[in-house]
Design a protein around this ligand. Structure first.
Ligand code: BTN
Length: 254
């Protein structure tokens, strides 16, 4: 019999909303008004102004997917090390998604979840600083669960339904995500960052493969992802050097 781990603090305080502009915005303003315990979770059936990375909009059909934000308080975390937050939530999601499909699930740097070459989940992390340290982290994620069709303009979305033809219990999936995230957060709190980093590298999308990249929205070049460097930057080996890229500087051409 396997061990069943149930989260102790992530998701224990829960706000279940029908409709909101953005769960990230909601939890941020709520926690400013009234202090919320670490692990507080907000979920919504629909977002009218869902936030994606780099100012993009996050699309999700009403009542089909998981749209959630979790409040953590890693007050001991130096902002320079904040990439570990991305690694932990991405790993938690990767493991849970992997239980629902036999297809290959990987983490596309920095923190998108892919099933083969399609995006099934996006993550948006927002930090608040107090002095030199991070006082609050809002981890927002949108996981496409039961949505059957997506607008054509989205580049390469997928859902668990599209992958398997099955409709899933979103609450059960969410509980597993809370459990896995808590597992990684406790590893992190006990100083086991190397394990987290190694695990992340093992499941990194197209690691050690030749890929095409677009740099600063203009020039195209070829290189091999060899891993993650300082501040969570992507390390790419080109024909003559190893270069480090920030999220905004580079885009992988799929
Ligand atoms: C991305 O662009 O890949 C990140 C998408 C993050 C979307 C989630 S949905 C729940 C949470 N609330 C938001 O407004 N955004 C995040």
């Amino acid at each position: 019999m396997g061990l069943i781990y149930v989260s102790l603090f992530i998701g224990q305080m829960r706000y279940k909303l029908d409709e909101i502009d953005s769960t990230n915005k909601f939890i941020l303003s709520l926690s400013k008004e009234t202090p919320q315990p670490e692990g507080t979770l907000v979920s919504a059936e629909y977002q009218t102004d869902g936030k994606g990375q780099i100012g993009r909009y996050w699309h999700s059909e009403k009542g089909k997917n998981l749209l959630c934000s979790i409040l953590l308080k890693p007050s001991f975390l130096n902002p320079e090390e904040q990439f570990v937050m991305s690694q932990m939530i991405a790993l938690a999601l990767k493991e849970v998604i992997g239980q629902y499909t036999t297809e290959k699930v990987s983490i596309k740097w920095p923190n998108d979840l892919y099933i083969n070459d399609d995006k099934v989940c996006g993550i948006l992390i927002q930090n608040q600083l107090k002095g030199k340290f991070i006082s609050k982290t809002i981890i927002g994620f949108g996981l496409n669960v039961n949505q059957a069709d997506f607008p054509q303009q989205l580049p390469n979305p997928t859902s668990l339904f599209q992958q398997t033809g099955q409709v899933f219990d979103r609450e059960a999936i969410l509980q597993e995500i809370c459990d896995r995230l808590e597992h990684y957060y406790l590893l992190f709190k006990s100083g086991r960052l190397i394990e987290i980093n190694e695990r992340y590298h093992e499941v990194l999308f197209r690691k050690d493969q030749v890929c095409q990249f677009r740099e600063n929205k203009t020039s195209i070049f070829e290189g091999v992802i060899i891993g993650i460097g300082e501040y969570g930057k992507l390390r790419v080996k080109t024909i003559d050097e190893v270069r480090l890229f920030d999220f905004r500087e580079i885009e992988m051409i799929l």
